[in-house]
Design a binder for this molecule. Sequence first.
Ligand code: ARG
Length: 481
Amino acid sequence: MRIAFDKENMDDMTKDIKNKTGEGQTMWGGRFSASPGELMQAINVSIGFDRRLAEQDIAGSKAHSDMLAAQGIITAKDRDAIHQGLDEIGEEIANGTFAFSDELEDIHLNIEARLKEKIGEAGGRLHTGRSRNDQVATDFRLWVRGKLDMFEAQLTKLMQALLDQAEANTDTIMPGFTHLQSAQPVTFGHHMLAYLEMFARDRSRFADCRTRMNESPLGAAALAGTPYPINRDMTAEALGFDRPMANSLDAVSARDFALEALAAASICAAHLSRLSEEIVIWTSAQFQFVSLTDAFTTGSSIMPQKRNPDAAELIRAKVGRIVGALTSLTIVMKGLPLAYSKDMQEDKEPVFDAFDALELGLAAMAGMVADMTPNKDRLAEAAGAAFSTATDLADWLVMNLNMPFRDAHHVTGTIVAMAENQGKTLDALSLPDMQSVEAGITDDVFRVLTPLASASSRTSYGGTAPSEVMKQVKRWRDVLL
Ligand code: ARG
């Protein structure tokens, strides 16, 4: 079948596209007969997404025109007209009255054209000593920097929610897992603080990234710098950058700041997905470790008993598009010769999409952690199951009978098998039964066989004992307030 070349079928496809886009609104209604000019515009246009850089573009232009006037490159009068015009344009964009045009390709040309429309010749002087290449690099850096600051604040909120849960549950006993098999009792507070530590590292990764990226590309011009007597320190300072970038070729072609931000975002999203997965497991009917309110769950349209942890599932999935964005931009940048190439226009959409996803994921996770109620009875019951204090028994044999650990391990294995046969937990076995395996065992052993005793004994630095968890809670309280 040659469906792709079937004339009737093609007309149908064209009609379909026309219906979807709204006839007459775009030129791709007639995409199969589009002229080379139309196709060029279709592939070149970026205003559909880079309009998100409007605020940064205006800030960059104001800093640039300020500097041009300070250096005597344009007059103070022209600068004032430019500022006035840019402020008005900013308002038009904010209140939705700005007419974005595809013909004008991107946000930079849209704003500049409107400026000329408003203030005439002075508008044409704004672009002196500057190129769209350093302009877009500046705008995008400013945008990413703003998001890094937002992620830091969001992570702080999430850490505070985890800290609140930890503080309220320093002695809430739960099973600790390895291989998702019950391993040793831990405290719920300890488990919360494990995530707090991860998110703290994410936060510091974003902060490191911000420090490294906070240099200004503005004034690099197209690629080689400019003969005008510009002052790059002045524009850098005005835009909150620490200094101008030292190499003009690098300034217009570097996108590693976005890659690094995406890498940090990917790691953070991976952490979010791990916590999400635990919440999905914990809220299941089989576990019932925690419950969520209606605020973070949905019902099923067919099964009335269901309460689905959709928010956790969606956060768990967001990591896909975030890592996808990192891959996408890495491949865009790979093999690009210096300096600017239009390939780099493909930098924005993945970053926008990934950062939107992370923003939502962090907000939802902070809300969900605060919303979560641990089911203490159920956690305690699960903590005592599966002979979770077997290691404590072995440690007791080592410490009290001076037994080599390997022998103690063997003795404990025999006692666990006995408990299993009797259908009992370790602390429910009788002393004579235990003594039938190892005569030296005394009554004192029961002191370590309960889950709470087990967890409480783990007082090594960073361990799960309530006393240690409380110390860590205090430490974080001082840091997070
Ligand atoms: N829209 C372009 C981008 O995002 C702006 C820079 C265009 N520069 C150029 N020389 N065509 O990369």
